[in-house]
Design a protein around this ligand. Structure first.
Ligand code: CO8
Length: 262
């Protein structure tokens, strides 16, 4: 385990790196330092060809209870524009590496926006999700209104953003914020199993496929389909695709992927 005080970074095992937010006494509130450390760790994972997937976790009580309110109180609108924490979010969103959130406890405010920034989210059954900023006279500011609307739809997004009331894990599953619920305490294990499954596949294919899915949220349908077809054609020329397809047709074992680093 390496990393900083705020973010613990596991060794890369089977192509998977786990980042653990580590401010348990503050319910993992995301202070500026935490956001910078997360961005550093995610960028490092993205740049490491042996890392195929990142798992993001907290502890049993909190994935993250949002931005650190004490620090945020010191920032007015102009100060936020070029603030390192604003930049840190942009650095996280720029990653090309698949990311899975393993959520136990609360994922509130910026913590929920971090979940929404991941590609897949798995919840322990006691997890809760919310955008309580409105109760502080504020609103989501790290993409929450946009990403939540795109996964949970208008009515649930409005309800969460305008009431500030959290939802439980079964509701989060129903509206598509998470893809699976597991018994409390099991989210990290399940997220890691999914990450290892992703890590078995060729890196270029998983990254391009991920980007193609993300494009669905960025572009009009026709542009998104065009981008998908370009990525699809690029992979059609890859040796790995051809080798795997031939292996399938000949009922042979798939060829080994690129080596993973322990
Ligand atoms: N910020 C700072 N400290 C926090 C936060 C937080 N968000 N959440 C909890 N803490 C601290 C508490 O102050 C307390 O500290 P202490 O022990 O020193 O008194 C400690 O963590 C434990 O908290 P509680 O005693 O309240 O623990 P409970 O288990 O009773 O409750 C809750 C946990 C439900 C999570 C509760 O603490 C809570 O409601 N926290 C606030 C949640 C919230 O409002 N989050 C939204 C914050 S604003 C935001 O996220 C805006 C994001 C915009 C991003 C824009 C980027 C550019």
């Amino acid at each position: 385990m390496t990393g900083t005080r705020d973010v613990l970074v596991s060794a890369c095992v089977d192509g998977v790196v786990t980042l653990t937010i580590n401010r348990p006494a503050a319910r993992n509130a995301l202070r500026h330092q935490t956001m910078g450390d997360l961005a550093d760790a995610i960028e490092a994972a993205d740049a490491d060809a042996s890392v195929r997937c990142v798992v993001l976790a907290g502890n049993a009580k909190a994935f993250a209870a949002g931005a650190d309110i004490a620090e945020m109180l010191e920032l007015d609108g102009p100060a936020l524009v070029q603030h390192p924490r604003t930049i840190a979010w942009q650095r996280i969103w720029a990653t090309g590496c698949p990311m899975i959130a393993a959520v136990e406890g609360v994922a509130f405010g910026g913590g929920h926006e971090l979940v929404l920034s991941c590609d897949i989210a798995i919840a322990g059954e006691a997890a809760r999700f919310g955008q309580p900023e409105i109760t502080l006279g504020w609103m989501p500011g790290a993409g929450g209104t946009q990403r939540l609307a795109r996964s949970a739809g208008k009515s649930m997004t409005m309800q969460m953003v305008l009431t500030g009331d959290p939802i439980d894990a079964p509701t989060a599953l129903r509206v598509g914020i998470v893809s699976e619920i597991v018994p409390a305490g099991g989210a990290l294990e399940r997220a890691t199993a999914i990450a290892r499954r992703i890590a078995l596949h060729p890196r270029a294919a998983t990254r391009l496929a991920r980007q193609a899915v993300l494009n669905a949220f960025e572009t009009p349908l026709s542009d998104g389909v065009r981008a998908e077809q370009a990525a699809f054609r690029a992979l059609a020329s890859s040796d790995e695709r051809n080798a795997r397809m031939r292996a399938f047709l000949h009922r042979a074992a798939p060829p080994p992927g690129e080596p993973s680093t322990e």
